[in-house]
Write a protein that binds this ligand. Structure first.
Ligand code: ADP
Ligand code: MG
Ligand code: MG
Length: 246
């Protein structure tokens, strides 16, 4: 589904990704761990097409397409979802409005009919239920006044509604208490653990991986994958630290 080959990228003229290669098949969950400043978030931004993140070499194929040739909204319409480490607030726009616009824009780009208000609310209610999120909450402006845990849960509701093929989730576990962590983990499993979908889970800590069991764990350091293994690698990293292991 995703094939990253020898990817090089820079931010503000500074090389950050230095030969990153990674293959993700449908049905797989990959965790990417690594020290601060390793280039984890940069990897997500480059794959999402964020302005200012310049690819200087290598290639990325997504479902056989040249991902880097697509504009950010085309990547989303093709089935790529990016969860952010720092979700943005959008005062004056409710979650329901925002999510319906986002979904219908993607449907339009794929040549599908938009969902009516009623159809959309039914879908939103179902996905909010998965994340134990009250519909009243989704009527409030996007992320305004939400706690860290509520922002992440709202983001997982968004993921459920958009129904992507590949989700790249950047530190979904940061700022979550134990209950929110479990709810988010179960939400990710319910939405994304399917034979036709895949997840790249970027995380500092092993604890989210107790809920979302990865098939593969990679260590990203210095802008490259320096070590890969199974779920045990995450436990070893937690015990021994990045320096000792990678
Ligand atoms: P991680 O997510 O692994 O902690 P990042 O991908 O956020 O790491 O950052 C990798 C490196 O790129 C860091 O050294 C960071 O300071 C640098 N960096 C990221 N974004 C910018 C930016 N907009 N301008 C300058 N440097 C940046
Ligand atoms: Mg960081
Ligand atoms: Mg980061």
């Amino acid at each position: 589904m995703l094939e990253i080959t020898d990817l090089h990228a820079e931010v503000a003229g500074k090389p950050i990704l230095k030969g990153l290669s990674l293959k993700v098949n449908a049905g797989e969950i990959h965790a990417i761990m690594g020290p601060n400043g390793a280039g984890k978030s940069t990897t997500g931004y480059v794959l999402g097409g964020r302005p200012g993140y310049t690819v200087t070499g290598g290639s990325v194929r997504f479902d056989g397409q040249d991902l880097l040739a697509l504009a950010p909204h085309e990547r989303a319409a093709a089935g790529l979802f990016l969860g952010f480490q720092y979700p943005v607030e959008i005062p004056g726009v409710s979650n329901v409005q925002f999510l319906r616009e986002a979904l219908n824009a993607q449907r339009k780009a794929r040549g599908e009919e938009p969902l009516s208000g009623g159809e959309f609310l039914k879908l939103a209610r179902e996905k909010a239920g998965l994340l134990k999120m009250d519909m009243e909450m989704l009527k409030r402006p996007v992320n305004v006044g939400f706690s860290g845990g509520e922002k992440k849960r709202a983001e997982m509701v968004q993921m459920g509604i958009l129904d992507p093929r590949l989700a790249i989730l950047d530190e979904t576990d940061s700022g979550l208490d134990i209950d929110a962590l479990r709810i988010c983990g179960e939400g990710i499993n319910a939405i994304m653990r399917r034979p036709d979908k895949a997840v790249l889970l970027i995380t500092h800590y092993q604890r989210l991986l107790d809920y979302v069991k990865p098939d593969f764990v990679h260590v990203l350091a210095g802008g490259r994958i320096v070590k890969s293994g199974g779920p045990d690698l995450a436990l070893q990293l937690e015990r021994e630290g990045y320096e000792a292991v990678a």
